[in-house]
Each structure stands twice: as C-alpha cells, then as structure tokens.
Design a protein around this ligand. Structure first.
Ligand code: PLP
Length: 378
C-alpha cells in the first residue's frame, strides 16, 4: 500500500526517514554506533538529563507507577498534576493553568474549545502546524495574515464583523527563529476587542529570562490572553499547558476534547516538569549560556542566509532541496547532525540549526567550519 505515494515523495526528494538515538538527548548523541554533534534538538537548556529532574521523575515513577491509567477527569490525575498547574500559573502570572499531553494536543484541543463556526480567527501564515489543525477543527472563519504584517492584521480585524475575534500566533516561529511583534498585536487586540492566543512553545525557558514571551515584551497577563506553552522543549520534559484566568481554564477542562478524551500524562512526567521549573529558576546561567552560544554562532555564520532569526533557532536558508540535502549529508559525514527541513514544513528549504546551552565554543567552531567548507552553492 502507498507504494506510488512513497515513490513520488522519493522522486521529489521529500521522503522523510527517522534517525533514532542510542543515547540521551544532548550536544552529543549516538546514532548507529557513531557519535554526532547534535544541532537538532529543542532541549535548549540541556535539561533532558539534569540529575535533579531525573531524580524527581524516578521518585514519582516509584510512587505513582508508569502509566496514568485514565484521563484527568477520571482517575488519571495526581497531586503532582495539580501542583504543576499551580506552579505554571505562578510562573506565567495567571490565575490558573491546565496541563495537556503535548503541544500538539494543546493547540488542537484549546483552539476548537475557544472558537466555533460563528467566530473569527486571525492566524499568522507561518504559525505551527498544530495551530493550523486546531483552527481547522474549530471550523471558525479563518483569516490568514501575512507573516507578522500588522497592517494586514489590522485591516482584517477592522473589516471583520464577527462578535468574537481571536488572534493566534507563535511567539517564536519554529522554523525561522524570529519573534512575533507582540506589543503591536497586543494593541491591535485591545483596539478590536479580540482575544489573544499565544503559542509560547519556543519562548518558554528561552525568552524573558525563561519566563517566556509576555515577560520578554513587558506585557502583563490579561483575562483576554491565553498563554499556551510546552514542557517538551527548553524544560526538557514533556507535555504542554494553557495558562489563563480561572474561568477560561475551567471552560477548557470542560470542553477541550484532547484534554477530556485522552489518558493523562504519567505522574513522573509531571514530576519532571515540576523539578524543571525549579532548576530553571535556580540555574539562570543556562539561559545566559544559551544566548551567548546563540550570539557566537550567529557571528560565525555572517554571510550565510540565516533569514530573520532572533533566537537559538538558526536556519540556513538554501537555494534548493537538492543542495539542502547535500549540505545536511556532508555535515552528517563529518559527525554533525543538522537535518534538512523541506516543504511542506517550510516554503524555502533550509538546514535548521538549534544551538543549546550545552554546546562548547569548539562545537560551534566545528559546525561553522564544516558549513564553510561544504562545496554547495548557498
Ligand atoms: C510552535 C510549536 N507549537 C507546538 C508544538 C508542538 O509541541 P509538542 O512537540 O509538545 O507536541 C511545537 C513543536 O513541535 C511548536 O514548535
């Protein structure tokens, strides 16, 4: 089955394959018995293997067992889930929070819960696939605005007669690494009485001294703002959350289908996220180190087309898919893992580099030297 579809993907250089690790996540990983320098992880702060976080997860694993055994609304939740939600609310400055099983589950659950057919949703053209799927599920009238084009968003908001309007945006765009003009969006939402839904998956732990996009842009939480974020990236754990006012959270737990009809996260994952939030607060050097590394790499990549990145996600935008695959393969041969990202994930093919707090100066030099020496038209 699907032979011809697969053949077509192969011919168009769009066939994806999986490279599984035989080691923990980190700056160095083992694939098929060989060590690679890893520039392909969102574990920005190196928390996936932090001893305190592992120990917290181990304790919870022993106490609560491997699986949650049921959804939160049945018996799947534990006191750790509850504690995590209180901590997230405090961390994000909101009245309440609700944990979801992944960022994908959060976006595809929350968006249809807050938007329905008669409502209007305004979405940046480069928003994450999970937001796009969430919007599709909601059946709301959808207005896609050009990437970060505030004039366009303004016109669309002004011309829309829907009673409920919701602006949805990534805070850090996951394939380009640029940040959203959140102050402008905040003002537009205020002016037009729109709700604001931000996906802070790559902002949490990275922007605003770790607190995320609102802190970074100096915006106070409001009852009309919903902050979604993930524990799966900078926090080195798994799962996601919505942080908002009490009523919104209560509504979500009564209506977000991905929350209601899915087994809860296991308690040890909640324990890992809890410990991770503590580490984030204590070990602020990790965030400093991340940004130092990011700036070093950006300096070293001067002259390459890195688009409009402002964060540790650094794309090298290429002319064509063939060249992108070749560059990725050449790096791989030299023991560097930096995968090619192709359509439909992005319009312009690229190597997506993510630098983390764990990389050393030599690691960054090795990567840039390998890119510079690659004989591929960039
Ligand atoms: C912006 C954004 N939102 C949501 C997600 C989904 O999060 P998760 O990997 O936890 O499902 C991702 C990550 O893939 C992302 O980059």
């Amino acid at each position: 089955m699907f032979k011809s579809e697969l053949e077509k993907l192969k011919q168009n250089l769009l066939l994806r394959t999986i490279k599984d690790r035989a080691s923990r996540q980190g700056a160095r990983i083992i694939i098929e018995g060989k060590e690679y320098l890893n520039f392909a992880s969102n574990d920005y702060l190196g928390l996936c293997h932090h001893p305190e976080i592992i120990s917290a997860a181990e304790d919870a694993l022993k106490e609560f067992g491997t699986g949650a055994g049921a959804s939160r609304l049945l018996s799947g939740g534990t006191i750790l889930h509850r504690e995590l939600e209180s901590k997230i609310a405090l961390f994000k400055g909101t009245e309440a929070a609700l944990v979801f099983n992944s960022g994908y589950a959060a976006n595809t659950g929350i968006i249809p819960a807050i938007a329905s057919e008669q409502d209007a949703v305004f979405s940046d053209e480069l928003n994450h696939a999970s937001i796009i799927d969430g919007i599709r599920l909601s059946r709301a009238k959808t207005y896609i605005y050009r990437h970060k084009d505030m004039e366009h968003l303004h016109t669309l908001l002004k011309d829309c007669r829907a009673e409920k309007k919701i602006v949805i945006t990534d805070t850090v765009f996951s394939m380009d690494g640029d940040t959203v003009p959140l102050n402008d969006i905040y003002n537009l939402c205020k002016e037009h009485g729109a709700l604001l839904y931000i996906d802070d998956a790559h902002g949490t732990g990275v922007l605003g001294k770790g607190k995320g996009a609102l802190e970074h842009f100096g915006i106070k939480p409001e009852p009309w703002i919903i902050q979604m974020g993930t524990m799966s990236k900078a926090l080195g754990s798994f799962g996601a959350f919505a942080a908002a006012d009490k009523d919104t959270i209560n509504w979500l737990l009564n209506s977000a289908r991905s929350f209601m009809f899915s087994t809860a996260l296991p308690a040890h994952v909640a324990a890992a996220s809890l410990a991770s939030l503590d580490v984030l607060k204590k070990e602020t050097w990790r965030i400093d180190r991340l940004w130092q590394n990011r700036n070093k790499l950006m300096n070293a990549l001067k002259g390459f087309n890195t688009g409009s990145t402002e964060t540790p996600i650094i794309p090298i935008i290429m002319k064509d898919i063939e060249g992108t695959l070749k560059l990725s393969e050449q790096l791989y041969e030299k023991g560097i893992y930096a995968p090619a990202i192709r359509p439909p994930t992005v319009k312009e093919p690229r190597i997506r580099i993510t630098v983390t707090a764990e990389h050393s100066e030599e690691d960054i030099e090795r990567l840039t030297e390998a890119i510079q020496k690659a004989n591929i038209p960039l």
